[in-house]
Design a protein around this ligand. Structure first.
Ligand code: ZN
Length: 450
């Protein structure tokens, strides 16, 4: 026996259960699948079916759209219904026309007529679920890549997903978030108070739109409670709950310091909290960290062992094999918290190297350690006690938050504001706050854009 499947939509009276209208949306011939490709509906067909169902829903629902006119807004006279006007509506996977009720003033001297649209009624013709997706794509990938990704998802190219539109919306949503993030947070109370928090501050580079400059810096701070580092497997750990602060503003760190304080408070920092801070040694990172001192109980600053070890790896080539052990010895001293001895040993080694290029490499390492000597701790001891001293235990934030999105490409260069706004969305996604909090900024941005 051969079968076909009909996808039918029925409009039914709720009280009498009488079928008022019945539409066959699609008929599928059901055959034995010759291959996995023929099993079920294909991608394009699924999107097309959703489009048809969506059209059926909209046809009925759109007649119920309240346009907000009870009387004539010009003269106050009664209104008469005057048919429907089609208006654009962009859903997640498909584009539609909805029919909205038109009105006309009954006063022959007035002649007022309504010109309703989805935008005049709702403030926008784009469903926020689509705008959410556009924002996520625009925050995670280049705007052109975002356009392509959305095109692949919905099979067809849709003008609503054009890269310029994604760019405008993403920027607007980011600007709303940036504004929101400037509001100071209250000090946490009760069970929200954290005994200890860890803070990692790092910097990334963003290609500059200003042709005279190559790049500018953006800073990222990630704050979490140490107990929230969980082991995924023996090689990977993850931070279960974290808050982010991200700024690309050129304002002598004012925004960054405020965002970092807010992120720390989100994680429960009060004047009773012990803060452990890790940074790569850059002066502006320490400045951000030190600005927390008046707001916590203690602030321990540690030169991130991950970055320190990287510096050693970078100068390895500058020393002959014979001196490699000495260099390792310097690192061993640092690991055991003997920074004075380490610096002495490094200076001796430096003086033994005649090649000026290689020597200047070692000099750089020496200066780096000397500048950060106040932040060198006994790493071995902290390791034994299970205390934090390296950003390596968790994912590399600076790469996932900043560098992955702002790689140097010919096409994409940034202004401080543009980068700053995108970073706010990336921060929310990274700290898992986006899915809960996207609606307010997205809907506000959509209605501003319309
Ligand atoms: Zn009127």
């Amino acid at each position: 026996m051969d079968y076909e499947l009909r996808v039918v939509v029925e409009k039914v009276s709720v009280s009498s259960q009488e079928v008022l209208k019945r539409d066959t949306l699609k008929v599928y011939d059901i055959k034995s699948p010759e291959s996995i490709l023929e099993l079920g509906l294909r991608h394009e067909e699924q999107i097309s079916l959703l489009e048809k169902i969506q059209n059926s829903v909209l046809a009925v629902q759109s007649t119920l759209i309240k346009t907000g006119y009870d009387v004539c807004p010009r003269c106050g006279d009664k209104l008469k219904k005057m048919g429907f006007t089609p208006s654009k509506f962009h859903a997640v996977f498909s584009d539609h026309k909805v029919r909205i009720q038109k009105h006309k003033c009954l006063n022959p001297d007035c002649k007022w007529q309504s010109t309703p649209s989805t935008a005049s009624v709702f403030g926008t013709c784009i469903h926020p679920d689509l705008a959410k997706l556009q924002c996520e794509q625009g925050a995670l990938y280049s705007f052109r890549k975002a356009e392509t990704n959305l095109e692949q998802l919905t099979v067809h190219r849709r003008p609503v997903n054009n890269h310029n539109k994604i760019k405008l919306l993403t920027n607007e949503v980011g600007a709303t978030l940036a504004q929101e993030n400037l509001k100071p947070l209250a000090t946490p109370k009760g069970t929200a108070i954290a005994q200890e928090i860890t803070l990692q501050v790092d910097g990334g580079h963003i290609p500059d739109k200003d042709k005279d400059k190559r790049s500018f810096e953006a800073l990222s701070a990630v704050v979490y409670r140490p107990e929230n580092i969980i082991e995924v497997d023996s090689h990977h750990r993850q931070i279960k709950d974290k808050s982010c602060a991200l700024s690309a503003q050129d304002d002598e760190l004012a925004t960054m310091k405020l965002f970092t304080l807010n992120a720390a408070r989100k994680q429960g920092m009060t004047k009773k909290t012990k803060v452990t801070a890790l940074a790569d040694g850059a002066q502006n990172c320490w400045s951000v960290i030190l600005s927390l001192a008046p707001h916590c109980k203690t602030l321990l600053c540690i030169l991130d062992w991950f970055h320190l070890a990287m510096r050693f790896q970078n100068v390895r080539g500058a020393v002959e094999d014979a001196f490699e052990k000495t260099l390792e010895g310097v690192k061993w001293k640092l690991w055991h918290g003997k920074s004075d001895e380490a610096l002495q040993k490094l200076e001796l080694l430096m003086n033994n190297i005649t090649d000026s290029k290689k020597r200047s490499k070692l000099k750089k390492l020496y200066n780096y350690l000397e500048n950060n000597q106040a932040y060198l701790v006994n790493y071995e001891e902290r390791d034994q006690q299970g205390l934090s001293y390296t950003s390596q235990v968790a994912e590399s934030h600076i790469d996932t938050i900043i560098n992955d999105r702002f790689k140097r490409t010919k096409k994409m260069q940034w202004t401080h504001d543009g980068a700053h706004n995108i970073l706010q969305i990336r921060g929310m996604i990274t700290s898992n706050e986006w899915n809960e909090n996207w609606q307010v900024p997205v809907i506000s941005a959509l209605t501003v854009a319309a």
